[in-house]
Design a protein around this ligand. Structure first.
Ligand code: BG6
Length: 468
């Protein structure tokens, strides 16, 4: 049996900093945040300079794996596809440092930092980006696959395309359904094209995709609710998971979309690539479930709380004609409106395993909190409770026969949380941004080390009722 992977997950833009160093090109996030005068990742956690300290702390915290992403703008300099050797050297150092510490590198090829030179030709609305992505992926396989055996093509295509093209709170900041469908389609096509490259190049190892997993619950057992749940499952999950794992975009989803968008970009030869090049495993990022009811009234509305306690309770999702999200009052929520519902992880893993029968990694799980990094010892009991309940859910699913192979905390150290800035902290290790970016292990860091050392025996075990 393969060793269970325990670790933390990061994304290049959110932690590296060094935005103008090492020959890095500009990314769409640099441009967007600079232009809008918003808090940015120019320095972030300064992982670019401090990766050795960070990876050493992972080791000392018991981790045997590190999930990180490769910044495309560090590797490929321009539209012509020229390689930046300094970028390759940087990730060689990260990988080698991991291996020196006995840490398995788990690599995301794309975690949202698209080069600005591609955004300027339309980004994910331009088919050329699929080709450019495949070139980038191949360069990564060639450079790193002698040491990296766990690859994922994309981090959360659903969250990225919804935020960038439908909600409009991420770059490029559009609100357009047709663009959402186009960008999502091109990302899923690009994912299959990278899998094809991986298979044809006979690289050793496995390749998967990471999905922002939101198990769908209904308010009752009526047929109307069941139909709304199917819409919601297509919207939140199936168009990523079915496409990547079965090689099929759900037919009923295509039927619905064809009523409102032009789907002629979906060429038969693309669909053949998608059909043929499916993934080896699924990475699930789990933060919360969604509870839904049948659509009743109102325009399509998607409101995400990026302002924390100042906007607590404002989040809302209505998809006209399909479903409405409800927020059960009896549940607990974070300051950013994320429901705390560990049972959803247990039920979700079971349903994914039953449906796809592919190995699963929990590639992200964690809680964003307000914390004071100047404190001597940060006592993040809330994070400990959160992780304890969620790891319990993973272990329960595993003991019932689901092939779950790893759990990654988001995040091993504090980092930049996109539009939420750095005040929303997720790390096991605090970063004192006001004090030279000093690293300080929180209580959760030591707690997680003990969990890993005991292989989960220190977790408070309890069974969940079946709810789905
Ligand atoms: C996931 C992403 O959506 O959730 C991460 O893969 C992200 O990049 C994490 O940071 C937490 O979300 P947020 O918006 O609270 O930072």
């Amino acid at each position: 049996m393969t060793e269970f992977l325990w670790g933390g997950a990061t994304a290049s833009y959110q932690c590296e900093g060094g935005w103008k160093e090492g020959g890095r090109a500009e990314s769409m996030w640099d441009r967007y945040l600079h232009d809008h005068g918003l808090e940015n990742g120019d320095v972030a956690s300064d992982h670019f300079h401090r990766y050795q300290e960070d990876i050493r702390m992972m080791k000392e915290g018991g981790h045997n794996s590190y999930r990180f992403s490769i910044a495309w703008p560090r590797i490929i300099k321009n539209l012509e596809g020229d390689i930046n050797p300094e970028g390759i050297a940087f990730y060689n150092q990260i990988i080698d440092t991991c291996l020196e510490y006995g840490i398995t590198p788990f690599v995301t090829i794309f975690h949202w930092d698209l080069p600005q030179y591609l955004e300027e030709i339309g980004g994910w609305l331009n088919r050329r980006t699929c080709e450019a992505y495949t070139h980038f992926a191949k360069i990564c396989f060639d450079a790193f696959s002698d040491r990296v055996k766990h690859w994922t093509t994309f981090n959360e295509p659903r969250y990225y395309t919804f935020s960038g093209y439908l909600i409009g709170n991420y770059p490029p900041g559009h609100q357009n359904l047709s663009e959402t469908v186009t960008s999502a389609y091109y990302m899923m096509l690009a994912s299959a094209m990278a899998v094809r490259e991986f298979r044809q190049g006979k690289y050793k190892g496995q390749i998967g995709i990471v999905h922002s997993f939101a198990p769908v619950y209904g308010v009752d057992n009526t047929v109307r609710t069941k139909i709304a749940m199917r819409y919601a499952d297509n919207f939140f999950n199936n168009w990523i998971l079915d496409t990547a794992a079965f090689g099929e975009i759900p037919g009923d989803l295509l039927g619905e979309l064809s009523k409102v968008c032009d789907l002629s970009i979906m060429l038969p030869e693309d669909l053949e690539i998608i059909r043929k090049y499916t993934v080896d495993f699924l990475g699930l990022n789990y933060y919360a479930r969604v509870m839904i009811k049948p659509y009743e009234t109102g325009e399509t509305t998607l409101i995400v709380n990026n302002a924390g306690s100042k906007a607590k309770g404002t989040s809302q999702t209505i998809i006209k004609g399909w479903f409405e999200q409800v927020r059960p009052e009896s549940s607990r929520y974070t300051e950013w409106d994320t429901e705390i519902f560990p049972e959803g992880l247990y039920e979700g893993i079971r349903s994914v395993w039953k449906k796809y029968h592919l190995p699963v990694y929990i590639t992200e799980n964690g809680i964003g909190l307000y914390e004071d990094a100047s404190e001597e010892q940060i006592k993040d009991q809330e994070r400990i409770n959160f992780m304890d309940m969620h790891i319990n859910a993973v272990l329960n699913a595993r003991e019932e026969g689901c092939d779950v192979r790893g759990y990654y905390a988001w995040s091993p150290f504090d980092l930049y949380s996109w539009k939420n800035g750095t005040e929303k902290r997720y790390g096991l290790v605090a970063i004192d941004y006001e004090n030279g970016l000093a690293r300080k292990p929180k209580e959760s860091y030591y707690w997680f080390r003990d969990v890993i050392q005991s292989q989960g025996k220190t977790i408070n075990r309890k069974k969940y009722e079946e709810v789905l």
